[in-house]
Design a binder for this molecule. Structure first.
Ligand SMILES: [Zn+2]
Length: 343
C-alpha cells in the first residue's frame, strides 16, 4: 500500500510501505476514505531531525473496516468508522473516566506504525477505539465527521477545560483549525461573548461565522491590553490556548480574569509555563492537555449529523494522497487552513 512518510524537516514523501494487516485478535484493518493534515504535523515539518527510516504520518481518519480480528465485537467488515487520534481499550481506569488519551494500553498513530495519511491502517484495540458512523463514504457530512478525529474534539476539550458556559466571556488564542473549532465549541456551550485572537483574514471571517463576536489582531502586550480593554479591565472568564508557543501561552494566561480558567490544547513548544506569579495571585486555573477525542465523539456526533455545528468548514483544500506533500507546504505557508485528503 502507499502512505505518507516524513524523513526530516520539509521532506514529506508518499511511498510504498508494508500492507496494513491484522496482528492481534483485537485489531481491525481500516481502508482510509478521508484523512487530513494537522497543525501539529507542522511541528515536525518545521524541525524534525533527518531520519533514515522515516516517520509515518497522520492521526485523523475515517474509513471502511476491511477485516477484524477474532475478538473484535463492536465493529464488523464493511462498517464506516471514525478513529480518534489515539487508540484505547475503552476499559481501563482512565478510559472509564473518559480520559482515553491516558489509556494504559493505548497509543498514538504514526511513527513506526500506520498513520492516517495512508491507504489503510492497522487499528489496535478496535472495540475501544473505533466508532461506527451512520453515513457512508460519500456523504456530504464527512468533512465535519472527520474533525471528530481531532480538531473539533480538541477545541471542545479546550472549552471544557476553560469552563466555558452560559454568560461567560471567552477568549480563543489562535486562529488555526483548533482555535476555530474552539469558537464552535464555545458557542455550542453557551458563551455570551467570544473574542478571537488571530490575524489571518480568511480565518477571522470563518470565526465570525462560527460565532466569534470580537476579533483582536494585535499580538503580545498590545493584544493583552486590547482584550483587557474589551472586558472592562477584568479579563476573560475562559481562555482557550490553541497554539502552544510560549508567547501565545503567556497571552492566554495574562488575559484570564481572577478566578478564570485557561484550557491548553496547543502542544507546548517550550518546557516552562510562563506568567507563574500573576496567574498565582489571580487564582487562575490552568488545565488541558491532549483531548480525549474518543470520549467526545459520541457527545458531538448528533450535533454534526443534525447540522447544528459545521466544523468541517475548516477544510479549505482537498487533495488526493499524491498531493499530501504539497498540502504540508500549503498549510505551513498559511495558504490553507486545513487540508483534507480524499482516497
Ligand atoms: Zn484504556
Amino acid at each position: 500500500m502507499r502512505a505518507t512518510v516524513m524523513y526530516g524537516a520539509g521532506d514529506v514523501r508518499v511511498e510504498r510501505v508494508p500492507d496494513a494487516r491484522l496482528v492481534e485478535p483485537t485489531d481491525a484493518v481500516v481502508a482510509v476514505t478521508r484523512a487530513c493534515i494537522c497543525g501539529s504535523d507542522l511541528w515536525p515539518y518545521q524541525s524534525m531531525d533527518r531520519s533514515e527510516t522515516g516517520r509515518r504520518m497522520g492521526h485523523e481518519f475515517i474509513g471502511t473496516v476491511e477485516d477484524v480480528g477474532a475478538e473484535v465485537r463492536t465493529v464488523k467488515k464493511g462498517d464506516h468508522v471514525v478513529a480518534p487520534f489515539a487508540w484505547s481499550d475503552g476499559t481501563c481506569e482512565f478510559c472509564r473516566q473518559g480520559l482515553q488519551t491516558s489509556c494504559i494500553h493505548g497509543g498514538f498513530w504514526g511513527g513506526e506504525i500506520d498513520g492516517g495519511q495512508g491507504e489503510a491502517v492497522r487499528v489496535p484495540l478496535a472495540d475501544g477505539t473505533l466508532v461506527p458512523l451512520p453515513v457512508g463514504p460519500d456523504h456530504a457530512l464527512l468533512p465535519s465527521l472527520l474533525t471528530l478525529s481531532d480538531v473539533m474534539g480538541t477545541g471542545h476539550h479546550a472549552a471544557r477545560a476553560a469552563k466555558v458556559g452560559p454568560g461567560k466571556i471567552v477568549a480563543v488564542v489562535g486562529d488555526g483549525a483548533v482555535g476555530l473549532c474552539g469558537v464552535v465549541a464555545s458557542r455550542r456551550l453557551g458563551a455570551e461573548r467570544i473574542i478571537l485572537l488571530g490575524r489571518h483574514a480568511d480565518r477571522i471571517a470563518l470565526a465570525r461565522e462560527f460565532g466569534a463576536t470580537e476579533i483582536v489582531s494585535a499580538r503580545g502586550e498590545a493584544g493583552i491590553e486590547r482584550v483587557l480593554e474589551l472586558t472592562g479591565g477584568l479579563g476573560a472568564h475562559s481562555v482557550l490556548e490553541c497554539v502552544g508557543h510560549g508567547a501565545s501561552t503567556e497571552t492566554a494566561l495574562r488575559i484570564a480574569r481572577p478566578g478564570g480558567a485557561v484550557g491548553r490544547v496547543g502542544v507546548p513548544q517550550e518546557p516552562a509555563i510562563p506568567a507563574a506569579t500573576p496567574t498565582f495571585f489571580r487564582n487562575v486555573t490552568i488545565a488541558g492537555g491532549p483531548a480525549p477525542a474518543r470520549a467526545y465523539i459520541e457527545e458531538l456526533l448528533p450535533d454534526v449529523l443534525e447540522g447544528r455545528i459545521q466544523p468541517g468548514r475548516v477544510f479549505d483544500r482537498v487533495t488526493d494522497l499524491d498531493g499530501v506533500p504539497d498540502g504540508y507546504r500549503a498549510m505551513n505557508a498559511r495558504e490553507a487552513i486545513k487540508v483534507m485528503v480524499a482516497f
